[in-house]
Design a protein around this ligand. Sequence first.
Ligand code: HEC
Length: 277
Amino acid sequence: MLRLFGPLIAPIVGLGFVVALIFSIIVTPHEASEESASHRFHVEPKELHLASDGPLGRFDRQQLQRGFQVYKEVCAACHSLQLVSFRDLQNIGFTGPEVKAIANQWATETPSINPETGEAATRKSIASDRIPSPYANEVAARSANNNALPPDLSLITKAREGGAPYIHSLLTGYREPPAELPKDAQPGPNLHYNPYFPNLNISMPPPLVADGQVTYADGTNPTVDQMAKDVSAFLVWTAEPKLENRHQTGVAVLIFLLIATALGYMAYQNVWAGKKH
Ligand code: HEC
């Protein structure tokens, strides 16, 4: 059987390729035109330089504290930080008593149970609690946000392509849709045009709308751009609080490797360099 069809296999495979090629040429342009609005109008994130960038980067704790303030006063109305405990805030410069007060006064209380009846209840947060979600559960979160789910922000700078620069651009990127935007790419009801968002229309209403929306204790001018930068820097820290340790270890390892290389070379000179092969 195989011997019979053997000589035919090459032409059959070749023909298959040609058919597949023609098919893909016919089909692709149609798909491409559907995708082209988000391709054509999508904008890459603006550059953002943070103190934590680069192999020697360290956090700017003043900026992280400002970013936390923006998170607390603006974003926490919709987004949780479930991987961050209140007491972790000591690592960005808050004192123990400050952390206790922040936890105690947090707008959303921590879920718990009534010790007598066992019914669901809430209590004031303590330093060891995680920063809670403002919603009781996903259904409540969606129903408050036109069926969109505000994601937990703990790891968002790692979870999104573009990282912190993307978050900064997204927060400052809301604008009127351009006149030439095709009809099917126009923002529908409860959607907001933002060319940094991959599909151009996002359910999150612009959270930072006016300069001076928060008041910084350190005197920094709270422009929309500054608040967006600060909260992006803060979200780099929540996603990788040990970044500085990693950078320090990296430098130590490099120095060790350099010394080991020098020692190895000197040993070679001493023992082998003069020997005939
Ligand atoms: C009124 C509620 C609300 C507030 C306030 C809010 N967000 Fe959101 N956010 C949302 C919703 C809803 C989504 C989901 C959007 C979607 O999927 O279309 C979202 C999505 C996001 C995303 C993910 C975008 C993506 O690429 O998927 C980021 C990042 C984000 N928000 C950051 C922030 C920051 C930072 C703040 C504070 C400055 C903030 N949000 C304030 C409701 C809110």
